[in-house]
Design a binder for this molecule. Structure first.
Ligand code: B1M
Length: 211
């Protein structure tokens, strides 16, 4: 079996130790970090998501798979984040209130840092006020919000409104992303930037900070 398929399979089995070993082996064999991420780790977690949706597995299994995913991404981090890059802007990043999903957000952080942006990561379940307060204190150019649930993505609209109320709407760009989020949703809520994945999130953020 191809090593990337093996990574995907071990991740689905929640075997963090094997995932770590296989990811290291794939790195040593010369696979690109992006390929290991996409075709190994992400392929595996997508199968988990599908099974979860169909009630074939439950939260504990998903959590164990998420732990294995994190073990794999930790090894990829130094390869995805290149050093020696000068900071080009400041981003306040977090997963919105009510939402505990952080694997995608962590990838966004990795990629943004890799492009030289300074990222203040507020973590998960971040209330709207915290995003605004931190953006003001830190004079950030971008508030970047991640949401994985259709029930929590509406928090993003509240963040746009809160930025208006706080009088910082013209000083900070609001960027949104996460599996259920689309560019149409961005337009609907009046946010500025949308990116479908972590790599483009970093590119879009760098561009926005340069403007
Ligand atoms: Co949850 N969960 N989960 N879950 N979970 C999903 C999201 C779900 C789609 C599964 C399913 O039904 N198929 C479903 C959501 C349905 C919906 O709303 N439409 C779901 C559900 C229902 C739930 C619970 C409600 C289940 C329950 O308790 N009954 C519950 C909610 C808890 C809460 O948040 N309040 C729950 C819990 C969990 C765990 C805690 C067990 C665990 C999270 C662990 C963790 O994150 N530390 C978990 C997981 C792992 C998943 C799946 C399987 C995987 C998510 C993931 O990490 N994907 C997920 C199914 C799936 O997505 N296939 C599912 C990999 C990650 C790299 O992708 O986060 O999409 P993603 O990030 C992408 C892009 O979206 C983008 O970049 C990344 C790729 O480069 N991106 C951005 C992300 N943020 C961005 C921000 C940007 C730009 C791009 O700009 C700022």
């Amino acid at each position: 079996m191809n090593i990337l398929n093996e990574i995907s399979l071990k991740l689905q089995q929640g075997n963090a130790k094997a995932v770590k070993e296989l990811v290291q082996q794939a790195i040593d064999e010369g696979f690109a970090a992006e390929e290991i991420l996409e075709k190994g780790l992400m392929a595996g977690i997508d199968v988990i998501g599908e099974k979860f949706k169909n009630n074939e597995i439950y939260v504990p299994e998903v959590l164990i798979a998420a732990r294995a995913m994190n073990a794999g991404t930790a090894l990829l981090k130094p390869l995805l984040v290149s050093g020696n890059v000068k900071a080009k802007g400041k981003v306040v990043l977090g997963t919105v209130k009510g939402d505990l999903h952080d694997i995608g957000k962590n990838l966004v952080r990795m990629m943004m840092e890799g492009k030289g942006l300074e990222v203040i990561d507020l973590g998960i379940d971040v209330p709207c006020e915290k995003f605004i307060e931190t953006a003001i204190q830190e004079k950030a150019q971008i508030i970047a919000c991640s949401a994985l649930l259709t029930t929590t993505m509406n928090e993003m609209k509240l963040i746009v409104e809160a930025a208006k109320e706080a009088g910082i709407r013209d000083q900070v760009k609001i960027m949104i992303g996460g599996a259920p989020v689309t560019d149409q949703f961005r337009k609907n809520i009046g946010a500025d930037l949308y990116a479908p994945d972590a790599a483009s999130a970093a590119e879009v953020a760098v561009q926005a900070c340069a403007n």
